[in-house]
Design a protein around this ligand. Structure first.
Ligand code: ATP
Ligand code: MG
Ligand code: MG
Length: 574
């Protein structure tokens, strides 16, 4: 057995291995369609497929996972999506076996197999219009009727299919259908279309093909050609499994075997074993939409800045928001694997990154709404270099923090008329500056409008690293030195949707649930000097403010931009 989270799929693989079914091989694949960026739902499938292969391989079996672009719908696909998907998978920490695969690189095999099905009398060219085809298909309660074209001869079918590929017909004029059973209770088995005419330039194969295979036909054969043992997919494909099996069972094993050997995915000697499709529940998360179509709509309408907007549930958005690969893989372990649909609380995703950053992110100080403080009794021109630990528990070294007479604190840490229980700074009271001295506010300076613009304070030089004598100072606030602080733009992100289920039918449109305050941009923030050295994607806990990361796109030397990944505590009322 392998190590890794135990679940029904591992159980099944263990049984197959014990029965000697695949000769000690666990071959999986992750088959994205390059029609958008990957989202956190895909991460569940990636962790499952790559994780399974990895852990069985670690346990001494032959485990591998292929990355296969399922590119049979060229009008919606692009190279941009292919590149983004590759990068996201690598970023998560997974590696595919060998070269990237494309369903399109099997187009010739798929075509030849279609010809083989025609020759076997198991596929025919149908010339019903789409409306007629729908009518003949029947309904859930009514059986379908045979197409009048079902009885075409093999010769006629071969001729028409060849001419479909030769580009003689318009889109939709004919289709190739598997000859199964128009009375099947499973609509997917009522002579499904396996090829259609599409006159379009394909991003991988150009103008070569005029006919394109349908998903249900291409997927099972691609799995077989790659000698996949376990084909894992989401539950909506459960009703398609009989078709998956039908196609493979009706193609001769010798033909599948020979193609598999020709592609170098199998040896001629090993017995041919069909891949087995197994379904699991897709990941749903509340306050989130998880369909590429809807995410694309947000991008195209400019409602977010792009697929990698830090509010998006895409992997590139989560990455830009400051999620680590580890936090996402851990989340996928936590949600587990089952065969019943459920909705995961987004708080679980948030606590996964919060826990990771709490344990690992260096601490720093950043003042979001600066208020100037001048220490009247601190010698002018003097500067002390304080050493603060980067982490309270983990030994990851120290950071240097200059202390001088002019500082900034956060506006919200001072109140002239403090509310009850206020433990921060007020006129005449004391507070500790984090990692430094205790100060007392002596005087408040205001502008003409009555706005507080500066505090004149005094410091107690006996309080560095020790409590003041004879009195207790409860509050601790963060600060930065005025002369050496680093200017920063801070982006505070909140949930993109206000409602737990933006897809709820109660909304005319999921976009009605968008949170108008999901992004707040704070300019003129001041971070401690050590942030001048921060690199793109570095994460920090800004003390008392939350977890932040350096934006990998917009931050530049001399122009620091940080994103709030997550607050210090879960602040959303349940
Ligand atoms: P969407 O409906 O968001 O467009 P999709 O299923 O069409 O997603 P694909 O590119 O076909 O996207 O997905 C690649 C793989 O990822 C498939 O095996 C699919 O089952 C899996 N997958 C997609 N969404 C989820 C999800 N929410 N949870 C788990 N697996 C998913
Ligand atoms: Mg799909
Ligand atoms: Mg899709």
């Amino acid at each position: 057995d392998s190590k890794g989270p135990s679940n029904f799929i591992r159980h099944l693989v263990d049984q197959d291995l014990a029965a000697g079914k695949h000769g000690g091989r666990v071959q999986t694949r992750f088959p994205p369609e390059p029609n958008g960026f990957l989202h956190i739902g895909h991460a569940k499938s990636i962790c499952l497929n790559f994780g399974l292969a990895q852990s069985y391989s670690d346990a001494g079996y032959t485990g591998a996972c292929n990355l296969r672009f399922d590119d049979t719908n060229p009008e919606k696909e692009s190279q941009e999506y292919i590149d983004a998907i590759r990068e996201d998978i690598r970023w998560l920490g997974f590696n595919w076996q060998g070269d990237i695969r494309y369903t399109s690189s099997y187009f010739q095999h798929l075509y030849d197999f279609a010809v083989e099905l025609i020759r076997l009398g198991k596929a025919y060219v149908c010339s019903l219009t789409p409306d007629q085809a729908r009518e003949y298909r029947g309904t859930l309660t009514e059986p379908g009727r045979d197409s009048p074209f079902r009885s075409r001869t093999i010769e006629e079918n071969l001729d028409l299919f060849t001419r479909m590929q030769a580009g003689e017909f318009d889109n939709g004029a004919h289709s190739l259908r598997a000859k199964i059973d128009m009375a099947s209770p499973n609509i997917n088995m009522r002579d499904p279309v396996i090829y259609r005419i599409r006159s379009i330039n394909h991003h991988q194969t150009g103008e070569t093909w005029k006919v394109y295979p349908m998903y249900d036909y291409a997927h099972c054969i691609s799995d077989a050609l790659e000698h996949v043992t376990h084909s894992l997919c989401t539950l909506e494909f459960e009703d398609h499994r009989p078709l998956y099996d039908w196609i493979l069972q009706n193609l001769p094993d010798e033909s599948l075997n020979a193609a598999c050997v020709a592609l170098g995915n199998k040896t001629a000697e090993s017995a041919y074993v069909m891949p087995q499709q197994t379904e699991f529940a897709r990941l749903n998360i509340n306050y989130t939409v998880m369909s590429k179509r809807k995410l694309k709509e947000l991008v195209e309408l400019g409602l977010v800045s792009g697929w990698d907007d830090p509010r998006m549930p895409t992997l590139s958005g989560l990455r830009r928001r400051g999620f680590t690969p580890h936090s996402i893989r851990h989340f996928c372990d936590m949600i587990g694997m089952s065969r019943s649909e459920s909705i995961v609380d987004v708080g679980m995703l948030e606590s996964s990154i919060r826990d990771d950053l709490d344990s690992n992110a260096p601490r720093a100080m950043c003042v979001l709404r600066p208020l100037k403080v001048t220490l009247s009794n601190y010698p002018a021109g003097k500067q002390e270099l304080l050493q603060l630990p980067k982490h309270p528990k983990k030994d990851i070294g120290h950071r240097e923090l200059p202390f001088a007479a002019e500082l900034f604190i956060d506006r919200s840490d001072f109140e002239e008329v403090p509310p009850p229980g206020f433990k921060r700074l007020t006129t005449g009271s004391e507070v500790r500056l984090r990692g430094a001295y205790v100060i007392r506010c002596d005087e408040v300076i205001k502008d003409d409008a009555g706005e507080v613009i500066e505090l004149r304070c005094s410091y107690d030089d006996q309080t560095l690293g020790q409590n003041p004598v004879g009195r207790k100072v409860k509050g601790v606030i963060h600060w930065v030195p005025a002369a050496t602080a680093v200017a920063a733009e801070v982006r505070i992100y909140d949930r993109l949707f206000l409602n737990a289920n933006p897809d709820d039918r109660a909304f005319d449109d999921f976009k009605d649930s968008l949170n108008p305050d999901s992004l707040q941009v704070l300019t003129g923030c001041l971070a401690e000097p050590s942030l001048a050295l921060a690199a793109a994607e570095d994460s920090f806990q800004f003390e008392r403010e939350g977890y932040f990361c350096v934006d990998r796109i917009d931050s530049e030397p001399g122009k620091l931009v940080v994103n709030r990944t997550v607050s210090l505590r879960d602040s959303w009322a349940k």
